[in-house]
Design a binder for this molecule. Sequence first.
Ligand code: ZN
Length: 450
Amino acid sequence: MINGTISAAVQLAEPISSPVGMMDLLHTLFPLPRSLTGDGVRETLSIIKDHIPLTIHEIPTGTKVFDWEVPQEWNIRGATIKTMDGKTLVDFGDNNLHVVGYSIPVNGTFSREELTRHIHTLEDQPDVIPYRTSYYASNWGFCLPHSLWMSMQDDYYRVEIDTTLADGSLTYGEFFLPGQTAEEVLISVHICHPSLANDNLSGIAVAVALAAERVRQRESTANNAQLGLRVLFVPATIGSITWLAQNEPKLGRVRHGLVLTCVGDAGPFHYKKCRSEAAIDQIVTHVLEHANLKYEVVDFSPYGYDERQYGSPAIDMPVGCLMRAVHGTFPEYHTSLDNLDFINEAALIASLGVVREVVSICDRDRVYERIDGRGEPQLGRRGLYRAIAGQRDAGGPSQMDLLWVLNLSDGSHSIFDIAERAGIPFLRAWAATQICLQADLIKEVSHARR
Ligand code: ZN
């Protein structure tokens, strides 16, 4: 019986590869012209839906969401800057970063001086294309390498931007796998950046892989997850605000949450804490620490990604943000250098491993109490020393782990608390509780107290 329990624990350590093929997904999604709204977002969600069940929501233009309103829908078919004799110098078809997001339609001839006001370049990175948007101001523009712009010295150019900005809808995707309870873990990723790999697509790939694993586990084993898993694929800011506004009565169900972004580069992890102190902060730190990964924990600030929407007054959900590179601080950020060469599969797999472990801890944490809590139980009589000795090589719990569980299982400490106090990985403390349960030494009091 005890051996069976331990082997179950080892099985539950879960695989470290990603059958979804995160790099393949990134390659497929990379060229699509995503923005806050429009067909690039729809196509992105439709491809995600090939991998996981997804509800795709369409929220009409003009819908009031808190202090905001769903904007007009933007679609782009093409854009060019040509010489007067018809030679194409800049083409949206070559790179969708060339056009400022939400540019209004333009068709005409402009002097170089007039065009200057609509050109964005990076002087200190002369060969890269910057990423710019103009969501809430009617404008148009092109982004190009500074070196190219410096080489364009004609007096006049032909400019065409073939876009539509019209009433339509905001599109977002929602995955939900219910658990045994009404509570859930929330994962949120933004889907509004066009051809940018780390900032946008890496979070999407990890979220899809996690959801797909959960679906497969659910199909292959008994439905025993306590917490549901919800994954939101939303355009940044307006998308999360829209979801919050439409789900306000249910927000209390989210017990733990994470925004995922920039998780595909090879740098150290950065975890940004929730607005208010929450268990997820401790859990993420625990996982990063025990996985021997380089990491830094940073305090909440009302800037960055959608964690600032989930952590806003009267909402204040326990949602932190997991990153590797931090927005605005790396040279590839919001440029054409944030491409498929900037990210790598090993980094994505390691990021998925961290998120998987975090979600697993959220789900498996429990509070136990001793059935007869007076004094230390006699372990030798129950064969527990031998059971442990046989499992140590497989990374199973030690005798000391068992003693910690038996000492702190008093109805108020959870497995996570015990792991932290003992300085051991959660999984080892969890495996020790399974042995104690099997030996009728403890009984469950509740799901985690958090
Ligand atoms: Zn960004």
